[in-house]
Design a protein around this ligand. Structure first.
Ligand code: 13P
Ligand code: SF4
Length: 328
């Protein structure tokens, strides 16, 4: 396994795999004992994804897997809002997080009270919340969306005006896509951004294109609009992976978190990636040791608990997404 993007700079040879084997074996034994599954976002470290993860993907895929799960325990190796979403959709399971500090600059940017204030300011406009939001914000919203379905779901809403929270940059990309589709709709937004994707610039793209002829630039919709409009493809992390696997090019520039490049280096070893990805400090808080501890004997701070009334309200918002998501 060759993962040049490994944040700790490890070379993934036989010795590295041997050194983590005692932990992966212990975790896999614990999973059987506790009737547990491990859901892992593509941004977490390769030893979690390939050593112990049962399902790996983007936020939408993992929420589908959480909803389908009949396991007694769900370990969510990702960030806290993802684990909360799993608890909302699979309330009978014990949902645990390896590290309670694994927040998200988007989810942390807005509260339920802020959403209530926006509703008062813009009466009649439905609130569309990006899945990168707390359970409290979902409970105050009408429909949840992910990076993979935001354009289709907002297009399908009948109202001429929507409030989109919390990602200001995704709101800019949404407005551009609605214009491209000829959909007339006002999108009001709040002011959150992803600290990872907000930092990419169009200058980075032009410099890379001049150095690497034939380069394909692949961006996430959390990037600024001038970056997204200069990219060859914009989509969720799942769609970005699919695009790279299915598109021929001499080089790719991935404007997203480095974990996704790590996955592609493993699953599409013939592809060549030039630098440029960035690390999410929250995703990188996950480790095999913390996964083992959360599974073996979770501390109270590792267990996700939600007030039942709030959970039910948040669940309505997420279920509306499943109703509106285009069926292919
Ligand atoms: P995806 O749902 O596209 O994986 O995005 C999640 C995320 O946090 C991106 O920063
Ligand atoms: Fe949040 Fe950005 Fe990290 Fe994704 S990459 S979890 S949006 S801070």
């Amino acid at each position: 396994m060759n993962v040049a993007c490994d944040p700790r700079g490890r070379v993934w040879n036989y010795e590295t795999c041997r050194s983590i084997a005692p932990l992966t074996l212990e975790i896999n034994r614990l999973k059987r004992e506790k009737d547990a599954v491990i859901l892992a976002h593509s941004y977490v470290e390769p030893e979690i994804i390939y050593g112990v993860g049962d399902f790996t993907g983007d936020s939408y895929y993992l929420s589908v897997k959480a909803r389908e799960s009949r396991a007694s325990v769900i370990v969510f190796a990702g960030v806290v809002f993802m684990a909360e979403t799993a608890k909302i959709l699979s309330p009978g399971a014990t949902v645990v997080v390896p590290d309670r500090a694994s927040g998200c600059s988007l989810a942390d940017s807005i509260s339920g009270a802020d959403v209530r204030r926006l509703r008062v300011l813009h009466p009649g406009a439905p609130v569309v919340c990006y899945i990168n939001s707390t359970a409290e914000v979902k409970a105050e919203s009408d429909v949840c969306v992910t990076s993979g379905n935001v354009y289709d779901i907002v297009t399908s809403l009948p109202e001429p005006r929507v409030i989109f929270v919390p990602d200001r940059l995704m709101a800019d990309n949404l407005r551009a896509e609605l214009r491209r589709r000829g959909v007339k709709k006002d999108v009001l937004s709040s002011d959150g951004t992803c600290m990872v994707h907000d930092a990419f610039t169009p200058g980075q793209i032009s410099q890379a294109r001049s150095q690497f002829p034939g380069l394909k630039v692949v961006a996430h919709p959390e990037c600024p609009a001038d970056v997204a409009s200069a990219a060859d493809f914009v989509g969720s992390t799942g769609a970005m992976m699919k695009y790279v696997k299915e598109t021929a090019a001499p080089y790719y520039l991935m404007l997203t978190e480095c974990g996704l490049v790590g996955r592609l280096e493993v699953e599409a070893p013939e592809k060549r990636f030039i630098g440029g990805c960035r690390l999410c400090p929250y995703m990188k808080l996950n480790s095999l040791e913390k996964v083992r501890d959360a599974l073996a004997s979770p501390r109270p701070d590792q267990i996700v608990t939600l007030d039942e009334d709030l959970r039910l309200r948040a669940s309505r918002c997420i279920e509306r997404m499943f109703e509106l998501v285009p069926k292919n």
